[in-house]
Write a protein that binds this ligand. Structure first.
Ligand code: BES
Ligand code: MN
Ligand code: ZN
Length: 501
């Protein structure tokens, strides 16, 4: 784990590796100007020679002298844009520069530039958060000689602020951000892990370890699932030698009797499509079909680690979808835990079956005051929104608005999609109460309608389709990994806004 510290001794920025930034169309920030003076103008000359303007995306690597190994200067863009998300992204780009150069430790000049909207402590804490989030590589399966030359995570960064009080305040603000970042890294680890290693059973085993962070962990095995009546979920898993699990995570940080908030995650550890088998092209990517489960595990860990004043429950459905002599067939009818029957016309539309039973269980068992489910549910959401926004479906405008605001604040953006009777009608079935697929058009909406049929007593509910954002993720300032950990920071921010926790 990365050692992040906040310091105020300027002398520490006169040796080793220094990471600095410069905002667009402005003079050197004071800390960098002082360093430049100590280096006889070497920094400013290098900046002029390289035509470095401080634009976002620009960076300079200046070899040092007088005990300084080198100075990285990263473009900060406009100072006015360095609000919380802006400062985090800048931290991410600084981390990327250090990682590319395989630096072990660095001193980061972390005082806000003139015109930045954040106070010193907030700016330094957000910069640290970005450095920390970006400082992740999933290289556990690479032999040492194959890691040579590849970006490497740094071990330590000391952020230089201007005064002792700011260092203390920054440290205090960074502590919960670090808890959330660790949780996002855990979610990335889970998504990146291949399906021969991460099965429902080994996933559950990893989640058991969260008990030491203050979560109550309950693992429901197939016999218990049968007894409860989660037949839709079990049907998805019946073709796999890796038997299903449902994991319930509970956190009590609020009043003893207060209703919890609930999170439900799709955890298909591998989605072959089942008997409605997928084409082999890119089927390997379906190791990431548990991104929703990873996000739910992450948010629960984050809430516990930062001791949020809220009660929360996470219900995670872990299943492998495989074709086999025992697998469910297209046309099978199953009775879900809710009592509603489902005709399984396509075994590749399995996520909604898993979620249906988990949604029913979460509501009946815990009576949540609101509920968010996350799932890599449809390819269609990528057709609609690309990989920049997750799809948001909700039966509650206030919840949708809060998610939207949380998305803007964290950069984990969501875009609301419609629900309506005309879409709902598409999943009616002749024999069963519903079928698990609709028409081709609106392919991300009919599954949302399907899930909505499992929401009881008007529970405020939102469904996030994270197929485009959780796995095979676009590279960003804060994440360079295939698994993004999408949803952890978004939900943490949502809980902060809704529960003042
Ligand atoms: N897990 C997939 C959705 C998915 C596709 C996630 C690509 C990430 C990347 C889901 O279970 C699925 O197979 N959906 C089908 C639904 C269809 C059979 C109605 C799809 O999107 O094609
Ligand atoms: Mn599928
Ligand atoms: Zn799937």
């Amino acid at each position: 784990m990365t050692d992040i510290s906040f310091i105020h001794d300027e002398q520490r920025a006169r040796s080793g590796v220094i990471a600095a930034f410069m905002a667009e169309e402005s003079a050197l920030p004071a800390q960098l100007a002082a360093l430049d003076e100590a280096l006889d103008g070497r920094v400013s000359r290098a900046i002029a020679a390289a035509d470095f303007k401080g634009k976002s995306g620009q960076s300079l690597d200046i070899p040092g002298l007088d005990g300084i190994d080198r100075v990285f200067v990263v473009g900060a863009g406009k100072a006015a844009d360095l609000d919380a998300p802006g400062a985090e992204k800048l931290g991410g780009r600084m981390a990327a520069a250090l990682m590319r150069a395989r630096i072990d430790q660095a001193v980061v000049l972390a005082a806000p530039p003139d015109g930045a909207p954040l106070k010193a402590a907030d700016f330094a804490a957000r910069l640290a958060s970005g450095l920390y989030l970006r400082n992740y590589v999933f290289d556990k399966y690479k032999s040492d000689d194959k890691k040579k030359g590849a970006p490497k995570a740094f071990a330590a960064a000391a952020l230089l602020v201007d005064a002792a009080p700011a260092a203390g305040a920054a440290e205090k603000r960074f502590t919960p951000l670090r808890a959330v970042a660790d949780a996002a890294h855990m979610a990335r680890d889970l998504v990146n892990e291949p399906s021969n290693v991460l099965t429902p059973k080994t996933f559950a085993k990893r989640l058991r370890k969260l008990a030491k962070m203050g979560l109550k962990v309950e693992v429901l095995k197939p016999r218990a699932l049968k007894k409860i009546g989660m037949r839709a979920l079990l049907a998805v898993g019946q073709g796999s030698a890796n038997r299903p699990r449902v994991v319930v995570l509970r956190y009590q940080g609020g009043d003893k009797d207060a209703a919890p908030v609930a999170f439900v995650g799709k955890g298909v550890t591998f989605d072959s499509g089942g008997i409605s088998i997928k084409p082999s092209q890119s089927m390997d990517e379906m190791k990431g079909d548990m991104g929703g489960a990873a996000a739910v595990a992450g948010i629960m860990r984050a809430l516990a680690a930062r001791r949020a004043k809220v009660n929360a429950v996470g219900v995670i459905g872990l299943v492998e979808n495989m074709p086999d002599g025992k697998a469910q067939r297209p046309g099978d009818v199953v009775r879900s835990l809710s009592g509603q029957t489902i005709a399984v016309l396509n075994t590749d539309a399995e996520g909604r079956l898993v979620l249906a039973d988990c949604l029913t269980y979460a509501q009946r068992q815990f009576k949540p005051k609101w509920l968010v489910n996350l799932a890599t549910l449809t390819g269609a959401i990528m057709v609609a929104l690309g990989k920049e926004y997750a799809g948001l479906f909700a039966n509650d405008d206030a919840l949708a608005e809060d998610l939207n605001a949380a998305g803007a604040a964290t950069g984990e953006k969501v875009w609301r999609m419609p629900l309506g009777a005309a879409y709902d009608k598409q999943i009616d079935h002749e024999v069963a109460d519903m079928k698990n697929i609709g028409e081709r058009w609106g392919g991300s909406i009919t599954p949302a309608q399907f899930l909505k049929r499992f929401i009881e007593n008007g529970t405020p509910w939102a469904h996030l389709d994270i197929a485009g954002t959780a796995m095979a993720a676009e590279k960003s300032d804060l994440n360079d990994s295939w698994g993004s950990g999408f949803g952890v920071r978004l939900l943490d921010e949502l809980v902060r806004r809704r529960e003042k926790a």
